[in-house]
Write a protein that binds this ligand. Structure first.
Ligand SMILES: Nc1nc2c(c(=O)[nH]1)N[C@H]1C(S)=C(S)[C@@H](COP(=O)(O)OP(=O)(O)OC[C@H]3O[C@@H](n4cnc5c(=O)[nH]c(N)nc54)[C@H](O)[C@@H]3O)O[C@H]1N2
Ligand SMILES: Nc1nc2c(c(=O)[nH]1)N[C@H]1C(S)=C(S)[C@@H](COP(=O)(O)OP(=O)(O)OC[C@H]3O[C@@H](n4cnc5c(=O)[nH]c(N)nc54)[C@H](O)[C@@H]3O)O[C@H]1N2
Ligand code: SF4
Ligand SMILES: [Mo]
Length: 761
């Protein structure tokens, strides 16, 4: 008789939400079970067995000896040593109280990283932690990523969750800008198996066009790759809109009666003729005209943009213009166009009065040092370092990071690293001692991914189909290890002054009561009868009050997920703008067109000497900064290279495999050169997420393949002014060949030689 069993779980590593089938067996020695294998769940209603190389490593993440299983506290000698949970909580309570007593709550900063959007505890309980901390200093990875798109969606459609997604499965023409879903598995457009979906698009006669300075994996499989000068997407899109107005091709289709601001858009793009933007985009005007006509002429088409269009100088304008084009070609809210998901829970656009709402106000306050704007309750992560290292009222003196590695993720890594070293107190909720958490005074670990329940509260509102899927924990958390939500709940209670002994259940009751207040009595009675606690109870309540009135029992009875169908038109019902219309020309965004005009004048005629522009790239076997400790993912050729076009390499006297010195306003790095025709001349690319050789980091596998931190080059002063989002693509850099074994600065100020750097990669 087989003692193996299988469990299913949604993969929480990226936005694709693949179903995993996990086979377990009892351990040969000791108690408990071990993972035998992980493969794609063929019965998953969304992923149908699709999986990428990362998905099968949940078992290795679980058994990684470097993964923290016990809190760490900094001892009298400055070392991070294992401690009991009780001692860790006391240390947190004391450390926070000391800072708050001396400097007030406003001296505490919070930084939340990407996995907070992929793990249920943070998704549901972080808001309570924020409230309890009562500090204006809230930062997250969102302002290193998608904030421009959230702002444009919020102002156009009334909620930051109302991001239209390309209906890839039914479209005839997909224009992908600054996204590489064949590598990233998709982002702000949740769907497993992008390779299969894009293959199907082309098999049914549809066309795929990719605009990207790099011939990315997605571009390589497309019908057409259109290289673009980094940061010039808004110019291109404005010119396409210009063509549509000029040629009488504007047709709003089914949403015509629900849109306001068309004239303002026409005026805004008037200067941006295809001929005018040729120089700045590097794209021939005939191509721009053709692209505009193809978009308007396709039976159904969608424009989709991702990181290359958000984490760049004109992020908000670009994000907005993408949806302007979707609207004026009649593709918003129609099958095969750009549509709104209708998730089973969690979206502001399924709550309250249908068709109108309070909308969203941004720029309600500004950062202390540089005056960068607030949005969605947060301040730009690019301002974090200066808010810590600039003395004065409101200076950040203590920091709490949750699932974040800002030293690797945020611009000017060197400055942020030094700033963290100077904090009075720092706590990290994390699973590793990495470049960021090495500065913490207390590190609070959370259970492994196999030990947590899961529901994609944040991703299903962005999904290409309406899906609901609940995952039970595959394994129990070890004795004494609190769940992630309990760690956050306890932190919230400590912040409220309830002390190190506070019971997380108290906060859970507060969280539940906050939701139950708005729910019908019979629903609350039914949820209460279930006897659940923690995230499961909150999810049950949210499901029951959601648009499909599902229950957690329903989902538990369907472990492979419930398919709620293809996306359906939702306008005007999905709108939450005060006007009850699609705001095609939000004043805040349109006013930024002046900056685009200035850029057009400066760059349109082709500046004589243009700097090389640095862009990023991703790799299938990386996940931002934190999966390089998984041996299976570290196989293959070195990945942390600088990609250089042959012409630029020749100009700089570089050959393949040389060490290049790359310098920007803020720093310099040395790394190996990879010469390739897959990148436009004038553009170089370095992946982010590397540089694992800082002292104190406890990542044995990653440390042996350290690479360099590309954000040593990213400039914290470069932001998209509307969103405050970091500019991580299109950074001016200089390139030179390293002749000698010259030292290069590292995070700690120690040095290493170029050759060693190469050897390490
Ligand atoms: N130059 C450049 N910089 C970039 C980007 C780029 O393209 N180029 N991309 C940007 C983008 S899109 C993003 S989203 C950010 C990411 O920015 P961050 O989120 O700050 O960085 P990550 O590398 O995702 O680090 C995640 C952290 O969470 C921890 N962790 C993993 N799982 C869990 C868990 O279940 N619970 C907890 N509590 N912790 C966990 C990891 O150990 C790690 O410390 O980086 C941005 N930075
Ligand atoms: N394997 C893997 N998957 C991931 C991640 C990962 O690290 N590894 N990270 C996850 C996260 S946090 C995110 S946010 C998503 C990101 O998902 P994507 O945005 O799909 O991922 P990227 O590979 O960063 O693609 C951005 C593309 O923009 C291009 N680009 C750079 N500058 C410009 C520009 O100015 N204009 C245009 N048009 N293009 C430009 C780059 O060359 C690159 O091909 O991926 C997620 N999935
Ligand atoms: S694409 Fe890979 S990492 Fe993303 S959800 Fe699927 S298996 Fe997980
Ligand atoms: Mo991201």
């Amino acid at each position: 008789m087989s003692v193996e069993r299988t469990a299913v779980r949604t993969c929480p590593l990226c936005e694709a939400t693949c179903g995993l089938e996990i086979t377990l067996r009892p351990r040969a020695e000791g108690a408990g079970e071990e993972v035998v294998r992980i493969r794609g769940d063929r019965d998953d209603v969304f992923s149908r067995g699709f999986i990428c190389p990362k998905g099968s490593t949940l078992g290795q993440l679980h058994t990684d000896p470097d993964r923290l299983r016990q809190p760490l506290i900094r001892d009298a000698h400055g070392r991070l040593v294992e401690a009991s949970w009780a001692d860790a909580w006391v240390a947190v309570a004391r450390g926070l109280a000391a800072v708050v007593q001396r400097h007030g709550r406003g001296a505490v900063g919070l930084y939340f990283g990407n996995p907070t959007a992929h793990n249920l505890g943070p998704m549901l309980y972080l808001r309570h932690l924020v409230r309890a901390m009562g500090t204006p200093h809230l930062y997250s990875a969102s302002t290193l990523d998608q904030r421009p798109k959230e702002i444009s969606a919020a102002l156009m459609f009334g909620s930051n969750a109302s991001v239209p997604v390309p209906d890839v499965d039914r479209t005839d023409f997909l224009l992908v800008m600054g996204a590489d879903p064949l590598t990233s598995n998709g982002s702000l457009a949740t769907a497993p198996d992008w390779p299969g979906r894009l293959r199907a698009l082309r098999a049914r006669g549809g066309r795929l066009v990719v605009v990207d300075p790099r011939r990315s994996r997605t571009a390589a499989t497309a019908d057409r790759w259109i290289p673009i000068r980094p940061g010039a997407d808004a110019h291109l899109l404005a010119a396409m809109a210009n063509v549509l107005f000029a040629e009488g091709l504007v047709d709003l289709g089914t949403v015509a009666g629900h849109v306001t601001g068309l004239d303002e858009v026409r005026n805004a793009v008037a200067d941006f003729t295809p001929a005018a933007v040729e120089g700045v985009t590097g794209i021939p005007s005939a191509t721009i005209e053709e692209l505009a006509r193809q978009l308007a002429g396709a039976p159904a088409a969608a424009v989709y943009g991702r990181l290359g269009t958000t984490a760049q100088a004109f992020g908000t304008l670009t994000s907005w213009l993408i949806d302007v084009l979707n609207v004026i070609t009649g593709n918003l809210d129609r099958a095969g166009g750009a549509m709104f998901a209708k998730p089973a829970l969690g979206s502001p656009n399924t709550r309250g009065e249908p068709g109108r709402g309070p909308g969203v106000v941004v720029h309600r306050r500004h950062t202390r040092v540089r005056g960068l704007p607030e949005s969605l309750g947060e301040l730009p992560a690019s301002a974090l370092a200066e808010e810590i290292d600039t003395p004065g009222d409101g200076q950040v003196r203590a920091l709490l990071t949750v699932a974040g590695n800002p030293v690797v993720a945020a611009p000017n890594a060197q400055r942020l690293d030094s700033a963290l070293a100077g904090l009075d107190f720092m706590v990290s909720v994390d699973v590793y001692v990495n470049e960021t958490t090495r500065h913490a005074d207390v590190i609070l670990p959370v259970p492994s991914l196999l030990e947590k329940e899961h529901y994609d509260v944040f991703l299903y509102p962005l999904a290409l189909r309406n899906i609901a899927n609940w995952s039970a924990a595959v394994l129990p958390a070890p004795e004494g290890q609190p769940q992630e939500w309990e760690v956050l709940a306890k932190l919230a209670l400590i912040a409220e002054g309830r002390g190190a002994d506070a019971d997380p259940a108290v906060l859970d009751e507060i969280a539940y009561a906050a939701l139950a207040r708005y729910a019908p009595v019979d629903v609350v009675t039914a949820v209460d009868a279930g006897g659940r606690r923690g995230p499961a109870r909150l999810v049950d309540l949210m499901l029951r009050t959601g648009p499909y009135a599902l229950t957690l029992d329903d989902l538990e009875a369907n472990p492979h997920g419930i398919d709620l169908g293809a996306l359906t038109p939702r306008l005007p019902e999905a709108l939450r703008t005060p006007s009850g219309r699609v705001e095609l020309a939000p004043a805040l965004i349109v006013s930024d067109m002046q900056r685009l005009r200035v850029d057009l004048r400066a760059g349109g005629d082709g500046r004589r000497v243009r700097p090389l522009l640095l862009v990023g790239r991703r790799h299938m076997r990386s996940n931002n900064s934190w999966m390089h400790n998984v041996p299976a993912l570290m196989k293959g050729r070195p990945r942390c290279t600088i990609q250089v076009h042959r012409d630029d390499a020749d100009r700089h006297g570089l050959v393949d495999g040389d060490t290049a010195r790359v310098t920007s306003r803020v720093g310099e790095v040395l790394l190996p050169v990879e010469i390739t025709d897959e990148i436009s001349p004038g553009v170089v690319s370095i992946p982010h997420g590397w540089g694992h050789d800082a002292p104190g980091v406890r990542l044995r596998v990653a440390g042996g393949n350290a690479g360099v931190n590309s954000n040593l080059l990213a400039d914290e002063l470069l932001v998209d002014p509307v969103s405050g989002n970091a500019v991580l693509n299109g950074i001016p850099v200089e390139l030179s060949r390293v002749e000698n074994r010259l030292p290069t600065p590292r995070l700690d100020g120690a040095s290493e030689t170029g050759d060693e750097c190469r050897a390490a990669i």
